[in-house]
Design a protein around this ligand. Structure first.
Ligand code: BGC
Length: 409
Protein backbone atom coordinates (compact mmCIF):
# COMPACT_ATOMS: atom_id res chain seq x y z
CA UNK A 1 0.00 0.00 0.00
CA UNK A 2 1.11 3.60 -0.51
CA UNK A 3 1.93 5.61 2.60
CA UNK A 4 -1.14 7.85 2.27
CA UNK A 5 -3.36 4.77 2.17
CA UNK A 6 -2.21 3.49 5.56
CA UNK A 7 -4.64 3.95 8.41
CA UNK A 8 -7.85 2.70 10.01
CA UNK A 9 -10.77 1.86 7.75
CA UNK A 10 -14.20 0.43 8.36
CA UNK A 11 -16.21 -2.00 6.33
CA UNK A 12 -19.72 -3.32 6.52
CA UNK A 13 -20.87 -6.46 4.83
CA UNK A 14 -24.58 -6.70 4.04
CA UNK A 15 -25.92 -9.41 1.83
CA UNK A 16 -27.33 -12.38 3.66
CA UNK A 17 -28.80 -13.33 6.98
CA UNK A 18 -25.84 -11.90 8.93
CA UNK A 19 -24.58 -8.32 8.97
CA UNK A 20 -20.89 -7.74 9.71
CA UNK A 21 -18.93 -4.64 10.69
CA UNK A 22 -15.14 -4.69 10.58
CA UNK A 23 -12.34 -2.36 11.67
CA UNK A 24 -9.36 -2.88 9.43
CA UNK A 25 -5.82 -1.58 9.97
CA UNK A 26 -4.07 -1.01 6.68
CA UNK A 27 -0.28 -0.82 7.10
CA UNK A 28 2.74 -0.73 4.77
CA UNK A 29 2.78 -4.47 4.16
CA UNK A 30 -0.20 -5.71 6.10
CA UNK A 31 -3.96 -5.66 6.34
CA UNK A 32 -5.31 -6.74 9.71
CA UNK A 33 -8.85 -6.98 11.02
CA UNK A 34 -8.53 -5.53 14.49
CA UNK A 35 -12.18 -5.93 15.44
CA UNK A 36 -15.32 -7.45 14.05
CA UNK A 37 -18.96 -7.80 15.02
CA UNK A 38 -21.65 -10.02 13.53
CA UNK A 39 -25.37 -9.47 13.96
CA UNK A 40 -28.32 -11.44 12.57
CA UNK A 41 -30.61 -9.26 10.46
CA UNK A 42 -34.14 -9.39 11.85
CA UNK A 43 -36.34 -10.99 9.20
CA UNK A 44 -38.88 -8.12 9.22
CA UNK A 45 -36.14 -5.68 8.15
CA UNK A 46 -35.61 -7.64 4.93
CA UNK A 47 -39.16 -6.79 3.87
CA UNK A 48 -39.74 -3.30 5.30
CA UNK A 49 -38.32 -0.02 4.01
CA UNK A 50 -34.75 0.85 3.05
CA UNK A 51 -34.71 3.55 5.77
CA UNK A 52 -35.49 0.95 8.45
CA UNK A 53 -32.82 -1.47 7.22
CA UNK A 54 -30.11 1.18 6.87
CA UNK A 55 -30.98 2.75 10.24
CA UNK A 56 -30.40 -0.62 11.84
CA UNK A 57 -27.06 -0.87 10.02
CA UNK A 58 -26.07 2.73 10.88
CA UNK A 59 -26.86 2.32 14.58
CA UNK A 60 -24.91 -0.95 14.77
CA UNK A 61 -21.97 0.71 13.02
CA UNK A 62 -22.08 3.75 15.31
CA UNK A 63 -21.93 1.54 18.35
CA UNK A 64 -19.00 -0.34 16.83
CA UNK A 65 -17.01 2.72 15.69
CA UNK A 66 -17.45 4.88 18.77
CA UNK A 67 -16.39 2.14 21.14
CA UNK A 68 -12.76 2.76 20.24
CA UNK A 69 -12.21 5.57 17.80
CA UNK A 70 -12.88 9.27 18.25
CA UNK A 71 -15.88 11.05 16.76
CA UNK A 72 -14.08 13.94 15.10
CA UNK A 73 -12.11 12.77 12.14
CA UNK A 74 -14.16 11.48 9.20
CA UNK A 75 -13.57 7.82 8.45
CA UNK A 76 -13.81 5.99 5.15
CA UNK A 77 -16.15 3.04 4.80
CA UNK A 78 -16.06 0.13 2.41
CA UNK A 79 -19.66 -0.95 1.84
CA UNK A 80 -20.09 -4.53 0.70
CA UNK A 81 -23.61 -4.78 -0.63
CA UNK A 82 -24.19 -8.20 -2.14
CA UNK A 83 -27.10 -7.73 -4.48
CA UNK A 84 -27.24 -6.84 -8.18
CA UNK A 85 -26.25 -3.18 -8.53
CA UNK A 86 -25.80 -0.87 -11.52
CA UNK A 87 -22.46 0.61 -10.54
CA UNK A 88 -22.17 4.29 -11.44
CA UNK A 89 -18.79 5.02 -9.79
CA UNK A 90 -16.48 3.37 -7.26
CA UNK A 91 -18.64 4.72 -4.47
CA UNK A 92 -22.14 4.74 -5.93
CA UNK A 93 -24.61 2.41 -7.60
CA UNK A 94 -28.31 1.71 -7.81
CA UNK A 95 -30.02 -1.50 -6.79
CA UNK A 96 -31.32 -3.47 -9.79
CA UNK A 97 -33.34 -6.05 -7.86
CA UNK A 98 -33.26 -7.97 -4.61
CA UNK A 99 -32.25 -11.61 -4.26
CA UNK A 100 -31.97 -14.10 -1.37
CA UNK A 101 -35.42 -13.42 0.09
CA UNK A 102 -34.98 -9.64 0.54
CA UNK A 103 -37.85 -7.60 -0.89
CA UNK A 104 -37.70 -3.94 0.10
CA UNK A 105 -39.59 -2.29 -2.71
CA UNK A 106 -38.74 1.34 -2.07
CA UNK A 107 -35.03 0.58 -2.55
CA UNK A 108 -35.04 -0.65 -6.14
CA UNK A 109 -33.47 1.94 -8.45
CA UNK A 110 -31.98 3.95 -5.57
CA UNK A 111 -28.30 4.66 -4.97
CA UNK A 112 -27.67 2.42 -1.97
CA UNK A 113 -24.42 4.18 -1.00
CA UNK A 114 -26.23 7.50 -0.86
CA UNK A 115 -29.06 5.98 1.19
CA UNK A 116 -26.53 4.60 3.65
CA UNK A 117 -24.64 7.92 3.82
CA UNK A 118 -27.93 9.65 4.64
CA UNK A 119 -28.65 7.14 7.41
CA UNK A 120 -25.10 7.62 8.82
CA UNK A 121 -25.40 11.41 8.71
CA UNK A 122 -28.88 11.18 10.25
CA UNK A 123 -27.50 9.62 13.43
CA UNK A 124 -24.44 11.88 13.48
CA UNK A 125 -21.82 9.28 12.61
CA UNK A 126 -18.80 10.78 10.86
CA UNK A 127 -18.22 7.88 8.45
CA UNK A 128 -18.80 7.99 4.67
CA UNK A 129 -18.92 5.32 1.96
CA UNK A 130 -15.83 5.62 -0.27
CA UNK A 131 -16.17 2.23 -1.95
CA UNK A 132 -19.34 0.33 -2.82
CA UNK A 133 -18.53 -3.27 -3.73
CA UNK A 134 -20.13 -6.62 -4.32
CA UNK A 135 -18.93 -9.42 -1.98
CA UNK A 136 -17.22 -11.21 -4.88
CA UNK A 137 -15.26 -8.04 -5.67
CA UNK A 138 -14.16 -7.57 -2.03
CA UNK A 139 -13.04 -11.19 -1.97
CA UNK A 140 -11.10 -10.77 -5.21
CA UNK A 141 -9.46 -7.56 -3.91
CA UNK A 142 -8.14 -9.28 -0.79
CA UNK A 143 -7.19 -12.44 -2.69
CA UNK A 144 -5.26 -10.40 -5.24
CA UNK A 145 -3.59 -8.32 -2.52
CA UNK A 146 -2.18 -11.52 -1.00
CA UNK A 147 -1.43 -13.32 -4.26
CA UNK A 148 -1.22 -11.69 -7.67
CA UNK A 149 -2.11 -14.92 -9.45
CA UNK A 150 -5.66 -14.50 -8.12
CA UNK A 151 -7.80 -13.85 -11.18
CA UNK A 152 -11.33 -14.59 -9.99
CA UNK A 153 -13.46 -14.86 -6.87
CA UNK A 154 -16.45 -17.02 -6.08
CA UNK A 155 -19.03 -16.85 -3.29
CA UNK A 156 -21.02 -19.91 -2.31
CA UNK A 157 -23.05 -19.00 0.74
CA UNK A 158 -26.66 -17.97 1.19
CA UNK A 159 -26.45 -16.91 -2.46
CA UNK A 160 -23.85 -17.48 -5.13
CA UNK A 161 -21.89 -15.32 -7.57
CA UNK A 162 -18.47 -14.84 -9.15
CA UNK A 163 -16.29 -12.10 -10.60
CA UNK A 164 -13.07 -12.10 -12.59
CA UNK A 165 -10.49 -9.75 -14.04
CA UNK A 166 -11.11 -8.99 -17.70
CA UNK A 167 -9.09 -6.93 -20.17
CA UNK A 168 -10.83 -3.55 -20.43
CA UNK A 169 -10.67 -3.62 -24.23
CA UNK A 170 -12.65 -6.86 -24.25
CA UNK A 171 -15.60 -5.26 -22.44
CA UNK A 172 -17.96 -3.79 -25.02
CA UNK A 173 -19.78 -1.61 -22.46
CA UNK A 174 -16.50 0.07 -21.49
CA UNK A 175 -15.11 1.02 -24.86
CA UNK A 176 -12.93 4.08 -24.60
CA UNK A 177 -12.56 3.77 -20.84
CA UNK A 178 -8.97 3.47 -19.63
CA UNK A 179 -7.73 1.91 -16.43
CA UNK A 180 -4.13 2.00 -15.19
CA UNK A 181 -3.78 -1.76 -15.26
CA UNK A 182 -5.67 -2.33 -18.52
CA UNK A 183 -7.96 -4.67 -16.60
CA UNK A 184 -11.36 -4.37 -15.01
CA UNK A 185 -13.32 -6.56 -12.64
CA UNK A 186 -16.50 -8.04 -14.08
CA UNK A 187 -19.16 -8.91 -11.52
CA UNK A 188 -20.88 -11.76 -13.35
CA UNK A 189 -24.00 -12.12 -11.19
CA UNK A 190 -23.84 -15.76 -12.23
CA UNK A 191 -26.67 -16.63 -9.85
CA UNK A 192 -28.97 -15.34 -12.58
CA UNK A 193 -27.35 -17.49 -15.28
CA UNK A 194 -29.77 -19.62 -17.21
CA UNK A 195 -29.49 -21.93 -20.19
CA UNK A 196 -31.88 -24.28 -21.92
CA UNK A 197 -29.11 -26.89 -21.55
CA UNK A 198 -29.50 -26.83 -17.78
CA UNK A 199 -31.95 -29.61 -16.91
CA UNK A 200 -34.63 -28.31 -14.57
CA UNK A 201 -36.48 -30.81 -12.42
CA UNK A 202 -40.07 -30.47 -11.17
CA UNK A 203 -38.52 -29.70 -7.74
CA UNK A 204 -36.64 -26.71 -9.17
CA UNK A 205 -39.88 -25.44 -10.65
CA UNK A 206 -41.79 -25.87 -7.36
CA UNK A 207 -39.00 -24.15 -5.46
CA UNK A 208 -39.00 -21.23 -7.88
CA UNK A 209 -42.76 -20.87 -7.43
CA UNK A 210 -42.29 -20.54 -3.66
CA UNK A 211 -39.81 -17.68 -3.91
CA UNK A 212 -40.36 -13.94 -4.06
CA UNK A 213 -38.08 -13.59 -7.09
CA UNK A 214 -39.77 -16.13 -9.36
CA UNK A 215 -38.05 -16.67 -12.73
CA UNK A 216 -34.87 -14.99 -11.44
CA UNK A 217 -31.62 -16.44 -10.07
CA UNK A 218 -32.18 -19.90 -11.57
CA UNK A 219 -28.53 -20.99 -11.16
CA UNK A 220 -28.41 -19.67 -7.59
CA UNK A 221 -31.52 -21.64 -6.72
CA UNK A 222 -29.75 -24.90 -7.70
CA UNK A 223 -26.54 -24.13 -5.83
CA UNK A 224 -26.75 -21.94 -2.79
CA UNK A 225 -27.43 -22.17 0.91
CA UNK A 226 -30.90 -20.68 1.09
CA UNK A 227 -32.29 -23.29 -1.30
CA UNK A 228 -30.61 -26.71 -1.07
CA UNK A 229 -32.48 -27.88 2.04
CA UNK A 230 -35.76 -26.84 0.48
CA UNK A 231 -35.07 -28.79 -2.73
CA UNK A 232 -34.41 -31.91 -0.64
CA UNK A 233 -37.63 -31.31 1.33
CA UNK A 234 -39.62 -31.09 -1.91
CA UNK A 235 -38.17 -34.43 -3.04
CA UNK A 236 -38.94 -36.09 0.31
CA UNK A 237 -42.47 -34.70 0.27
CA UNK A 238 -43.12 -36.17 -3.17
CA UNK A 239 -41.74 -39.52 -1.97
CA UNK A 240 -44.04 -39.34 1.05
CA UNK A 241 -47.05 -38.71 -1.19
CA UNK A 242 -46.25 -41.46 -3.64
CA UNK A 243 -45.20 -44.21 -1.21
CA UNK A 244 -45.55 -45.13 2.42
CA UNK A 245 -41.89 -44.59 3.35
CA UNK A 246 -42.79 -41.93 5.90
CA UNK A 247 -45.97 -43.62 7.19
CA UNK A 248 -48.61 -41.10 8.27
CA UNK A 249 -46.15 -38.21 8.43
CA UNK A 250 -46.46 -37.07 4.79
CA UNK A 251 -48.24 -33.87 5.82
CA UNK A 252 -45.37 -32.86 8.07
CA UNK A 253 -43.15 -32.69 5.02
CA UNK A 254 -45.45 -30.24 3.28
CA UNK A 255 -44.26 -27.10 5.09
CA UNK A 256 -41.80 -25.03 2.98
CA UNK A 257 -38.31 -24.31 4.30
CA UNK A 258 -38.49 -26.63 7.34
CA UNK A 259 -35.35 -28.42 6.20
CA UNK A 260 -32.59 -25.82 6.22
CA UNK A 261 -29.33 -26.33 4.34
CA UNK A 262 -27.28 -26.74 7.58
CA UNK A 263 -29.66 -29.62 8.46
CA UNK A 264 -29.24 -31.12 4.98
CA UNK A 265 -25.45 -30.97 5.53
CA UNK A 266 -25.74 -32.59 8.97
CA UNK A 267 -27.84 -35.41 7.45
CA UNK A 268 -25.34 -36.01 4.66
CA UNK A 269 -22.40 -35.95 7.05
CA UNK A 270 -23.88 -38.27 9.68
CA UNK A 271 -21.42 -41.15 9.78
CA UNK A 272 -22.87 -42.99 12.79
CA UNK A 273 -23.71 -46.65 12.03
CA UNK A 274 -27.40 -46.22 12.88
CA UNK A 275 -27.70 -42.69 11.41
CA UNK A 276 -28.77 -41.34 14.80
CA UNK A 277 -28.32 -37.69 13.79
CA UNK A 278 -30.61 -38.26 10.80
CA UNK A 279 -33.17 -39.79 13.15
CA UNK A 280 -32.93 -36.78 15.49
CA UNK A 281 -33.34 -34.25 12.68
CA UNK A 282 -36.31 -36.09 11.20
CA UNK A 283 -37.94 -36.26 14.62
CA UNK A 284 -37.21 -32.77 15.92
CA UNK A 285 -37.34 -30.67 12.77
CA UNK A 286 -39.64 -32.53 10.41
CA UNK A 287 -41.81 -34.23 13.06
CA UNK A 288 -41.30 -37.65 11.52
CA UNK A 289 -40.83 -40.15 14.37
CA UNK A 290 -39.53 -43.72 14.29
CA UNK A 291 -38.07 -44.04 10.83
CA UNK A 292 -36.47 -47.41 10.03
CA UNK A 293 -32.77 -47.37 9.09
CA UNK A 294 -33.64 -48.07 5.46
CA UNK A 295 -35.70 -44.87 5.26
CA UNK A 296 -32.97 -42.85 6.97
CA UNK A 297 -30.52 -44.13 4.34
CA UNK A 298 -32.88 -42.95 1.64
CA UNK A 299 -33.02 -39.48 3.20
CA UNK A 300 -29.20 -39.35 3.23
CA UNK A 301 -29.16 -40.32 -0.43
CA UNK A 302 -31.56 -37.50 -1.37
CA UNK A 303 -29.42 -34.94 0.51
CA UNK A 304 -26.34 -36.34 -1.20
CA UNK A 305 -27.79 -35.97 -4.69
CA UNK A 306 -28.91 -32.38 -4.06
CA UNK A 307 -25.46 -31.50 -2.66
CA UNK A 308 -23.57 -33.20 -5.47
CA UNK A 309 -25.55 -31.48 -8.21
CA UNK A 310 -24.98 -28.08 -6.58
CA UNK A 311 -21.23 -28.61 -6.16
CA UNK A 312 -20.82 -29.85 -9.73
CA UNK A 313 -22.72 -26.88 -11.16
CA UNK A 314 -20.53 -24.48 -9.16
CA UNK A 315 -17.44 -26.31 -10.48
CA UNK A 316 -18.72 -26.00 -14.05
CA UNK A 317 -19.13 -22.25 -13.49
CA UNK A 318 -15.56 -21.94 -12.23
CA UNK A 319 -14.20 -23.83 -15.22
CA UNK A 320 -16.27 -21.55 -17.47
CA UNK A 321 -14.38 -18.54 -16.07
CA UNK A 322 -11.00 -20.27 -16.40
CA UNK A 323 -11.85 -21.11 -19.98
CA UNK A 324 -12.73 -17.48 -20.71
CA UNK A 325 -9.37 -16.46 -19.25
CA UNK A 326 -7.49 -19.15 -21.16
CA UNK A 327 -6.49 -20.78 -17.89
CA UNK A 328 -8.27 -24.09 -18.32
CA UNK A 329 -5.18 -25.75 -19.71
CA UNK A 330 -5.40 -24.34 -23.20
CA UNK A 331 -2.95 -21.49 -22.41
CA UNK A 332 0.66 -22.14 -21.33
CA UNK A 333 3.37 -19.62 -20.43
CA UNK A 334 5.17 -18.70 -23.64
CA UNK A 335 8.27 -17.14 -22.14
CA UNK A 336 10.35 -16.89 -18.99
CA UNK A 337 11.16 -19.48 -16.36
CA UNK A 338 7.70 -21.11 -16.61
CA UNK A 339 7.91 -21.52 -20.39
CA UNK A 340 5.86 -24.45 -21.58
CA UNK A 341 4.28 -24.88 -18.15
CA UNK A 342 0.57 -24.31 -17.45
CA UNK A 343 0.14 -21.01 -15.57
CA UNK A 344 -0.61 -21.06 -11.88
CA UNK A 345 -4.10 -19.74 -11.20
CA UNK A 346 -5.72 -18.81 -7.92
CA UNK A 347 -9.45 -18.41 -7.38
CA UNK A 348 -10.43 -16.75 -4.10
CA UNK A 349 -13.48 -18.37 -2.57
CA UNK A 350 -15.78 -17.65 0.36
CA UNK A 351 -19.20 -18.39 1.73
CA UNK A 352 -20.80 -20.40 4.50
CA UNK A 353 -21.87 -23.29 2.30
CA UNK A 354 -18.40 -23.81 0.84
CA UNK A 355 -16.55 -23.19 4.10
CA UNK A 356 -18.89 -25.09 6.40
CA UNK A 357 -19.74 -28.18 4.37
CA UNK A 358 -16.74 -30.46 3.63
CA UNK A 359 -18.73 -32.89 1.45
CA UNK A 360 -19.76 -30.00 -0.81
CA UNK A 361 -16.08 -29.00 -1.14
CA UNK A 362 -15.06 -32.58 -1.96
CA UNK A 363 -17.65 -32.85 -4.72
CA UNK A 364 -16.63 -29.49 -6.13
CA UNK A 365 -12.93 -30.44 -6.19
CA UNK A 366 -13.76 -33.81 -7.71
CA UNK A 367 -15.72 -32.16 -10.52
CA UNK A 368 -12.91 -29.66 -11.25
CA UNK A 369 -10.52 -32.58 -11.76
CA UNK A 370 -13.08 -34.44 -13.82
CA UNK A 371 -13.67 -31.50 -16.16
CA UNK A 372 -10.12 -30.14 -16.52
CA UNK A 373 -8.07 -33.27 -16.00
CA UNK A 374 -5.67 -33.85 -13.11
CA UNK A 375 -2.69 -32.05 -14.56
CA UNK A 376 -4.47 -28.77 -15.22
CA UNK A 377 -6.52 -28.98 -12.00
CA UNK A 378 -3.20 -29.12 -10.10
CA UNK A 379 -2.36 -25.62 -11.39
CA UNK A 380 -5.61 -24.15 -10.06
CA UNK A 381 -5.87 -23.35 -6.36
CA UNK A 382 -9.12 -22.42 -4.65
CA UNK A 383 -8.05 -20.24 -1.75
CA UNK A 384 -10.39 -19.28 1.10
CA UNK A 385 -10.04 -15.61 2.04
CA UNK A 386 -11.26 -15.20 5.60
CA UNK A 387 -13.70 -12.24 5.70
CA UNK A 388 -12.36 -11.23 2.29
CA UNK A 389 -15.63 -9.68 1.18
CA UNK A 390 -15.47 -7.14 4.03
CA UNK A 391 -11.70 -6.71 4.38
CA UNK A 392 -11.34 -6.35 0.62
CA UNK A 393 -13.95 -3.58 0.69
CA UNK A 394 -11.91 -1.78 3.37
CA UNK A 395 -8.82 -2.11 1.17
CA UNK A 396 -10.69 -0.61 -1.78
CA UNK A 397 -12.01 2.16 0.49
CA UNK A 398 -8.40 2.90 1.48
CA UNK A 399 -7.19 3.10 -2.10
CA UNK A 400 -10.13 5.14 -3.26
CA UNK A 401 -10.12 7.66 -0.41
CA UNK A 402 -6.43 8.37 -1.03
CA UNK A 403 -7.12 8.73 -4.78
CA UNK A 404 -9.85 11.22 -3.96
CA UNK A 405 -7.47 13.21 -1.78
CA UNK A 406 -5.22 13.39 -4.81
CA UNK A 407 -8.10 14.51 -7.00
CA UNK A 408 -8.20 11.50 -9.34
CA UNK A 409 -10.71 8.70 -9.79
C1 BGC B 1 -26.38 -11.63 -5.39
C2 BGC B 1 -24.93 -11.32 -5.67
C3 BGC B 1 -24.06 -11.81 -4.52
C4 BGC B 1 -24.34 -13.29 -4.25
C5 BGC B 1 -23.51 -13.85 -3.10
C6 BGC B 1 -26.56 -13.10 -5.03
O1 BGC B 1 -27.87 -13.35 -4.65
O2 BGC B 1 -27.18 -11.32 -6.50
O3 BGC B 1 -24.74 -9.94 -5.86
O4 BGC B 1 -22.71 -11.63 -4.87
O5 BGC B 1 -25.71 -13.45 -3.95
O6 BGC B 1 -23.74 -13.16 -1.92
Amino acid sequence: MRRNEEGIYYAIDLGGTIFRALRVEVGAGSVVTSRKVELPIPEELTKGTIEELFNFVAIALKDFVEREDGKDEQKALGFTFSFPVRQTSVSSGSLIRWTKGFSIENAVGKDVAQCLNEALAGIGLNVRVTALVNDTVGTLALGHYHDEDTVAAVIIGAGTNACYIERTDAIIKCQGLLTNSGGMVVNMEWGNFWSSHLPRTPYDISLDDETQNRNDQGFEKMISGIYLGEIARLVLHRMALESDVFGDAADNLSIPFTLSTPLLAAIREDDSPDLSEVRRILQEHLKIPDTPLKTRRLVVKVCDIVTRRAARLAAAGIVGILKKLGRDGSGVASSGRMRGQPRRTVVAIEGGLYQGYPVFREYLDEALVEIMGEEVARTVALRVTEDGSGVGAALLAAVHSSNRQQGSI
